[in-house]
Design a protein around this ligand. Sequence first.
Ligand code: RUB
Length: 317
Amino acid sequence: MKINFAETPEYRKLKSTMKKIKNLSIQGATNVAIFGVRAFANHAKTVPLKEKELFNHLEAVVDQLSRVRVTEPALRNGLRYVMTGIQIDGNESAVDHGNRYIDLINDAKLKIFKTGAERIQDGSRVFTHCHSSITVGIFLEAAKQGKDFEVISTETRPLFQGRKTAKRLINNNIRVTHIVDSAMRWAMNIFNPHMIFLGADAITVEGVALNKIGSRLCALAAEEEHIPMYICTSLLKYDQATSIGRLSEIEMRAPFEIWDEDVPPGIRILNPAFETIDRYNISAYITEAGLIPPQTVHMTFQQIYGKKIKYYHHIDM
Ligand code: RUB
């Protein structure tokens, strides 16, 4: 019997979620993980296959979904979490396991918002780059606590996610100054922010963070101006593969996002989505485990999530 998954609403939803993740209608590591895991779990529950065939199909889907945006370990960790659950309890349990992973993310977020907001005082000036739901959540929490502070945010070319940040902040009565990316160093020099808050897409075993292109420039400018840099992130973005020697991959996006019409032939256009921030430039990670130094990321991840989120290659070793 040939099974046509394309006909099931859950499979169609999974495909459309993949498209939205690719074109950034679903944007930022946390949302990518939540929407990706939910769509995968809903589909997994309805797959009418058994044993080897079931796992072959689900592994292929995990692989496909993980490749939509390669710099997103929180999604990969979530897919592994659901797959481990399915191995133990069968695929009818997929949605429960998916929900449990999403609960882990949401619990982590609340803790990070509270801890991050502690750092913000009346009169604080905070610099940020791109749009991170975690960083914005911290700002909203600080505003809810009645703190009077301001944010300097970049526009974030080529897709302008920084506008999303600026809109969320101003709609919540948080003062915001918006600048072009290349004015980062200038703005740090002129406004002398008290701290930099950035999100993260991935964290490596060395404590290096990967975040939107421009983040390393931001870190270097912060170093020059002696401004502390905090990475606001759940440890669920820890890329476990880096602990067995793999390198975290950096997504290369399409050239048309930079220049889409009348491009003179022969010009090479490169559009890297992310870059690394050296651990020496990170004052601390603001995480669900509180503020932690970059060197302790692997250990802290293992303490909190080690038993829940297995990395298959560790099991094989
Ligand atoms: C978004 C980006 C965000 C991180 C963290 O990049 O770099 O800082 O994903 O986001 P893109 P969050 O726009 O290419 O997805 O804090 O929401 O997890």
